[in-house]
Design a binder for this molecule. Structure first.
Ligand code: GEM
Ligand code: ZN
Length: 382
């Protein structure tokens, strides 16, 4: 048998492969930090062999509570992914699987490769509605691309959507695939109405280096990008530095930061209630967004989520808090589950790429509802 990881996003440490019924593995830390939880590897030579894979250091993961009720992903062709029997016992994550072929992949979540990312950019540009710009180089020299969608009229609302600051949260880029497909669909009435009102600034992958490296949470320099927004630097966090600079050039009327959550089995948002400039106006925009999103997608809910920040106590180094506070706009972190949506469980696939993609499509509806309200505000003030 053989286990390999030398491909886009590959990450595992093999301790002992001599006994298929007791394969010893370790989660690999991010390349320049101690965060560990993401895994993605290929097992060869185990067709019809009962394999038991022990992740012996699973208890050292960044979010060990994320292993409760978690099922690992597997695939033979890297296109169709399914869940395999997985338990978390005595600090070990244990996968029990008998592969039906000599080559099989296992991953923490359905991967989204750099090739898929580049294809996503090409697909968007071919719509004729999207301009691709390069904002600068990442630490390892990859392109950091911004998609500008709309007429860029001075009077347009400015809607910013970024995704995958945390590279292991691959559901974020699946979400962006659905979001962009609908936004760029000339037959979609919501998309057409939105592009009459707003210009969209979209970064489908904030962390291409960390994605390729198979990191959970950091860029190639070991920076957690979602803690860099108060003082980014070209040397440590160029991804945030360049995007923040562009935001200050365009302004922001609505901001979304797309993530995945290891522990909570729900889709939910986290707002800016703890930032100094939070007020009744933002609270009203939040209510419009969440009420319409619940109606637009049965996969979204607003009962479960992160604890609310106390007034004035928000950490302004997080993207949503920095942008919401700086531009006094509606700003949300959107979280999707690595496990499943407990309100609408799928026993075969749990939460997966396609469901993330569908949620990305559905978010245009609450965005339009907020844009209507922002236009009302503008008309009232004129
Ligand atoms: C989270 S965002 C944490 C937001 N917390 C509250 N209480 N608003 C992070 O960066 O830790 C996003 C993520 O990692 O998915
Ligand atoms: Zn995240």
């Amino acid at each position: 048998m053989k286990i390999s990881t030398h491909f886009d996003g590959g990450a595992i440490i093999v301790k002992d492969l001599s006994d298929p019924e007791h394969i010893r593995l370790n989660l690999r830390p991010d390349n320049a930090s101690e965060f560990k939880q993401w895994f993605y590897f290929r097992l060869q030579g185990a067709a019809y062999t009962h394999c038991v894979m022990h992740f012996e250091n699973a208890h050292e993961a960044a979010y060990p509570e994320g292993w409760k009720e978690y099922q690992a992903f597997a695939s033979y062709d890297r296109q169709k992914w399914f869940r395999v029997p997985t338990v978390y016992e005595n600090g070990e994550l244990i996968i029990n699987h008998t592969p039906l072929a000599n080559s099989v992949y296992y991953a923490y979540f359905e991967p989204y490769t750099h090739e898929q990312h580049l294809n996503l950019l090409g697909e968007a540009q071919s719509s004729g509605l999207c301009q691709i710009d390069d904002l600068g180089n990442t630490i390892q020299g990859r392109d950091l691309n911004l998609l500008t969608i709309g007429n860029q009229a001075e009077s347009d609302l400015k809607v910013w959507v970024i995704a995958r600051q945390h590279p292991g949260e691959t559901m974020a880029e699946w979400f962006m695939e659905g979001f962009l497909a609908r936004l760029l669909d000339p037959q979609d009435p919501t998309a057409r109405t939105l592009l009459d009102k707003a210009t969209f600034y979209v970064v489908p992958n904030m962390n291409p280096d960390g994605s390729f490296l198979g990191n959970l949470r950091t860029n190639a320099a070991g920076a957690n990008l979602n803690r860099e927004w108060l003082a980014p630097s070209v040397e440590k966090s160029p991804e945030v530095y360049y995007v923040r600079e562009k935001m200050h050039e365009t302004g922001v009327d609505l901001f979304l930061d797309i993530h995945g959550d290891e522990s909570l089995p729900y889709n939910f948002v986290a707002g800016t209630e703890g930032v100094p400039t939070y007020n009744e106006r933002i609270a009203q925009l939040e209510n419009i967004f969440k009420t319409v999103f619940v109606a637009a997608s049965p996969d979204f809910q607003d009962v479960h989520g992160y604890p609310k920040d106390a007034a004035g106590q928000a950490n302004l180094s997080l993207a949503t808090n920095y942008v919401g506070n700086t531009f006094q706009c509606l700003a949300y972190t959107l979280e999707m589950p690595f496990k499943d949506n407990h309100n609408l469980p799928d026993d075969d696939f749990g939460w997966n790429g396609q469901r993330s993609l569908r949620l990305g499509e559905s978010i245009l509806t609450p965005i339009l509802a907020v844009c209507h309200q922002l236009e009302k505000e503008k008309n009232t003030s004129n």
